[in-house]
Structures are given as C-alpha cells and as structure tokens.
Write a protein that binds this ligand. Sequence first.
Ligand code: PEP
Ligand code: MN
Length: 374
Amino acid sequence: MILILSPNIDPEGDRYQQLMAHLSRLQDIAVRVHREVGTEQTLTEIYLVGNTSSISVDDMKGLPGVERVVRVSEECRVVGRHRDDHRPSHFDYKGLRFGQDTLHVFAGLCAVDTKEHVEAMMRALRDNGQICTRMGAYKPRTSPYSFQGHGKECLPYVFELAGKYGIKVIAMEVTHESHIDEIHEALQAAGGPTGAMLQIGTRNTQNFELLKIVGRQQDYPVLLKRGFGITFSESLHAAEYLASEGNHKIIFGLRGIKTNIGDPHRNFLDFAHVPVVRRLTRLPVCIDPSHAVGLRTSGAEGILDIMHATAQGVIAGANMVLVDFHPAPNRALVDGPQALLLEELPHFLEDIQIAREAYEKRVALATRSRTEGA
Ligand code: PEP
Ligand code: MN
C-alpha cells in the first residue's frame, strides 16, 4: 500500500509526526519513506510493506497529512502502474524532463577510444542541436582479451568536452559499484560541466547487489536495459530493485533479446513491447536499435535496418533512443559494424522526427476514436 502525502509536508511538523507514530503501531508492517525533491515541490510517499490486506484504505486516507492512498496488488509496487495511481511518469534531471511523454536521442560512442573521436562526436551533436549522448568508459565484454574500455582514465576529457559542446547528459554504463564513485569524482573535479545517466547493461540486469547500490544513490538517473536471456517480468523486477532502494529516476531500455530466431540481426527486436512497458509501469522507455540490429544492412529502399528499427520503436511511443555512432567505425574498438556515420546524423534525426510526428498523430486519432465511440 502506498500513502501519498500532501506536497511539501514538513517531516518535523505535527501532522507528519502523528502519522508516523500511528504507522509505527501497525502490526508486522514495515514503513519505508521515499522523498522526491523536485524543482517545484517535494513529494513524500510512504510504502507500507507486509500483509496490508486488513488495512482499510479509508482509514489510511483519514490520517494526518495523507492525500491519497493506492492499494498495490502487483509485485512491482514502486515502478508499476496501479489502479487509481496518479503518481508521475516522469522525472527531471539537468533541466531536462524524462517522461512517458517526451523523447530524447542519445547518439554517441559505444566505447570511448580516443579523445579526437570523442571531440568529433560531440561537435557533430552540437552542430545538430543535440544535448545528450552515450559514451562507454567501462565495457562489459564477452572475451577477457577484448578491449575493456579506458575506465576512469578517459573521464576527465569526456566530461570537459561535454561541457565545451553543451552536452547536458551522458549515458554511461557502470559494471561495478566503484564506477559510480569514479564518475562522481571526475564530474566534480571537472566542475560539473555535464550530467551522467548510469546505464546497467543487459548482462547485469540481474546483478542484484549492483542494482541495490545504484538504486541507493539519487545523484544520477539510471538506464536499466532489459536482460537478453530472462523473462520480461524478471527485467521489470530488476527495475523494482532500483526503485525499492529509493532511486525512482529510472528509464527502462529495450535492446532486443538473444535468440537465433532473430537472425540475421544481432538480437531479436522487441520494440513491440514499448507500449507494454508504458502500460505496466510508470517508466519512460528507451530503445537501443544498435545493439538490437547489430549491423549496417539496409532494406530494398536503402533505409538502414537500424533506422527502420528506430522508427518502429518511436512510432510506438519510445521516450529515448540510445544509438551508436562513430567518426571512423572501421577504427572503433567496440561494435564498429553497427555504428552509424557522423554524416548520417541529420538523416537519422529527421527520420526520428517523422516517426515521432506519426506517433503523435496516432495518439490524436486514438483519442478522437475513443471520444466519438463513447
Ligand atoms: C551498450 O549499450 O554498450 C551495451 C553493452 O549494451 P547492452 O547491455 O544492451 O548489450
Ligand atoms: Mn556496444
């Protein structure tokens, strides 16, 4: 059960103290408080964990400071959408809104290799009006002999160049808890020129200890990729691990799943699940067409499969596109074959715009049909 308190309620005030005193007397119920500090107001939610079936919603509504009560039946208490649940499906970070109603493109390097390539990438982004990117410093590789990423060594120039080119948020994978501190320290040392979104890759979707640690910090939002070899519901539970530790700034990423039925693509495209994630959870949804498709093949009309895949996700309501680009894919140390070229960036962005407009028209059409049918 979730109690949503009046906005800006004072934790030192009488109403809050009386409420907490009452809740502490409930038998066998654990009380967890989550506070979300926004630009305009602070929202406080209280999670009652345990057998809440005998607690009446009306009783809870009558307690001091309680504005609304949501009875949660499903497992994913925090990230799930529940009946009469009007909790927000967006968050703000670095002045940007990430929600089920917005769309951001994170084009960039799968792996940082040279400072020159980082600069060329960021310059192209700036020239094309982009303020987000992806930059891999820590790479989870199948083989221990493959390039593992430059790690913290590259962070100073990545962050400095981001500041120089007006990049506000960088999606960056972390594979170990120490990486969070390294990113934090490097950002502070650089004077905070940009922001970071911590990415949990598909290989770590069920690394529960990492999820708990990333979920416990609230400095950085998290992009959680769906596990490529586990069930959909198991991946949603991974998101719940992050949220139950306190971090609600989560984006759920679809990146294809592992099965040879997906051949000749690298993974089997799962972007038909974009609306499913949006229905079952309050999380914005990211699509990663690069890791889903994995190569630069194109359809008979000359459109790259990666662009087709992107359009499929965006037309279905995706809120973020994470995509690999590289100034010289043949010299990339990771995933060169799936990287788009910098000169393809304007085309890619325009194609996304077409798909987004089509999505918006589809929403308007569905709304009209519903009202006319009502
Ligand atoms: C990546 O985005 O660089 C990556 C390794 O993705 P995934 O975890 O989806 O394989
Ligand atoms: Mn990659």
